[in-house]
Design a protein around this ligand. Structure first.
Ligand code: NAD
Length: 494
């Protein structure tokens, strides 16, 4: 009841309970085998979504395959107006997306208002333009022969996304998939079906040809996710999610030899050197640690702090963590919301318990006491853990919650060794005012992205992806060509 009233006050256009549908071949399909949609901040069931199985996956792939015939043959300049209208629709629904993402994820609405929806629209618009403006390469040979490179669309893409930034990650895949002439079946995470449902509405209202973009809801194993990864007519899979899931998908996709792009888990080091501007370092660290409740693949979850500034840095960090307002995510003053689900909260709490036994919890580690109806939500205080060993479980495994571990170091070499000491290699943060040090350390880190003195700044032209167990392949700008396009070389004799 409280949530209904809150939503009405926010001008939310849909009534609860929300009835999420599939979107197949340009139609909203009610589906069957409904599962509940839960608002993480209160544990309330706020709607239902249908689970797609063989029938829905067959229909969606067939619709995408049919649509591919025309869509793939259009020049990019003809696809661009459709995609621009799609992006425009997303902008039109901005206030609705901001609320929906909070209902889906439990993230504070404040964070959705920091440009989240614009980034969604940009993800589509950027690639629509890029496909039009970007050229190809030619390689003249010494004997006068000429090689030139042609690129063409691959086919039906399965886009399988996680629950932590559902709408943004969906558009990050939809943009290049459609702009480069492929057609798509999006399978959003089961915890967060709402954003994908509204994206389908946007695509529909933008007049995208039926079948170019489809959404099938459902689960992973033995459900829509797995069925898509095994379907012979799906030619490519862009997956973002856990490393363990990525491995299963690779196995399942091997019989039909699909091309794969894998954006997987992370355990990013956040290196704070003594020359860093400490105020800024604390501000960056607070974001990198607790944005989206720390449920971010790129979260700087391992703080490595030079010993000379260890104490003053920690003092400021703990103070800032204690002052973070945790609670009602629809309150614009709230700075940390709820974790995605009870089972995920339990998983994160199991790491807190390990830390309680083997390390020291400087702050946090408890579920905050919140008034009704948030007493039923999946909240955890921002948690800072010290006295850990680099080999500890809490320093090696992805926790995916508002919990960071802190380790001191003495030298640059030691910092680099500690930073590289996990199976993951998605990204790193380097905080220093010494330019030479920034250059040296960035080069030595085994990761796909380094941010120096900031975090999560995205330029859609640059490569994005993980080293080591954090992924395979790069997306972004022309780096996505290798995956989203088929490449052909033509060699002409003189
Ligand atoms: P997950 O791997 O559990 O699920 C991701 C998606 O895969 C969901 O849609 C799920 O239904 C589907 N899925 C699960 N099993 C499947 C199977 N056998 N076949 C096909 N599909 C299957 O991940 P999650 O818990 O939703 O998300 C959190 C994870 O995502 C974290 O590890 C995080 O680091 C990672 N992540 C990575 C990036 C990146 O860019 N590298 C970005 C965001 C999140």
């Amino acid at each position: 009841k409280e949530t209904v009233e809150r939503l009405e006050a926010l001008g939310f256009p849909f009534r609860l309970p929300l009835e999420v549908t599939h979107y197949i071949g340009g139609e909203f399909v009610r589906g069957e085998n409904f599962f509940p949609v839960v608002y993480p901040a209160t544990g309330e069931v706020i709607g239902t979504a249908p689970e797609g199985r063989e029938k829905e996956v067959e229909q969606a792939v067939a619709a995408a395959k049919e649509a591919f015939k025309k869509w793939s043959k259009m020049p990019p300049s003809q696809r661009r107006p459709y995609l621009r209208r799609f992006a425009e629709k997303i902008r039109e629904y901005k206030p609705v997306f901001e609320v929906l993402e909070t209902l889906d994820v439990g993230r504070p609405i404040h964070e959705n208002r920091l440009g989240y929806v614009d980034r969604m629209a940009n993800n589509i618009e950027f690639f629509a333009d890029f496909a039009v403006t970007h050229g190809s390469e030619a390689y003249p040979m010494e004997n006068g022969y000429i090689n030139y490179v042609l690129r063409f669309p691959v086919g039906v893409a399965a886009l399988i996304t996680p629950w932590n930034m559902p709408s943004m990650l969906a558009t990050w895949k939809i943009g290049p998939t459609l702009a480069f002439g492929n057609t798509a079946v999006l399978k959003p995470a089961e915890f967060t079906p709402l954003g994908a449902w509204l994206l389908a509405k946007c695509a529909h209202e933008a007049g995208l040809p039926p079948g170019v973009f489809n959404v099938v809801h459902g689960f992973g194993p033995d459900s829509a996710g797995e069925l898509l990864t095994k379907h012979p007519d799906v030619r490519l899979i862009s997956f973002t999610g856990e490393t363990t899931t990525g491995k299963i998908i690779m196995k399942n996709a091997s019989d039909t030899l699909k091309r794969l792009s894998m954006e997987l888990g992370g355990k990013a080091p956040n290196l704070i050197f003594e020359s860093a501007d400490l105020d800024r370092a604390v501000e960056v660290t607070m974001r990198a640690s607790f944005f989206n409740q720390g449920e971010v693949c790129l979260a700087g979850s391992r703080l490595l702090v030079q010993r000379s500034v260890y104490e003053p840095f920690l003092e400021r960090l703990v103070k800032a963590a204690r002052s973070l307002k945790v609670g009602d995510p629809l309150d614009p003053e709230t700075r940390m919301g709820a974790l995605i689900a009870e089972e995920h909260l339990n998983k994160v709490m199991s790491y807190v318990e390990i830390a309680r036994e083997t390390a020291t919890i400087l702050t946090g580690g408890r579920r905050p006491e919140l008034p009704h109806p948030f007493d039923k939500g999946y909240f955890l205080e921002p948690t800072v853990v010290v006295d850990v060993k680099p080999s500890d479980k809490v320093c090696q495994e992805e926790i995916f919650g508002p919990m960071v571990v802190v380790m001191p170091f003495d030298t640059e070499e030691e910092a680099i060794e500690l930073a590289n000491n996990t199976p993951y290699g998605l990204n790193a943060i380097v905080q220093t005012r010494d330019v030479g040090q920034a250059v040296r350390v960035s080069e030595a880190l085994e990761v796909g992205t380094v941010w120096v003195n900031d975090w999560f700044v995205r330029d859609l032209r640059v490569p994005f992806g993980g080293a080591k167990q954090s992924g395979i392949g790069r997306e972004g700008g022309h780096y996505g060509y290798e995956f989203y396009y088929e490449t052909k070389n033509v060699c002409i004799a003189n």
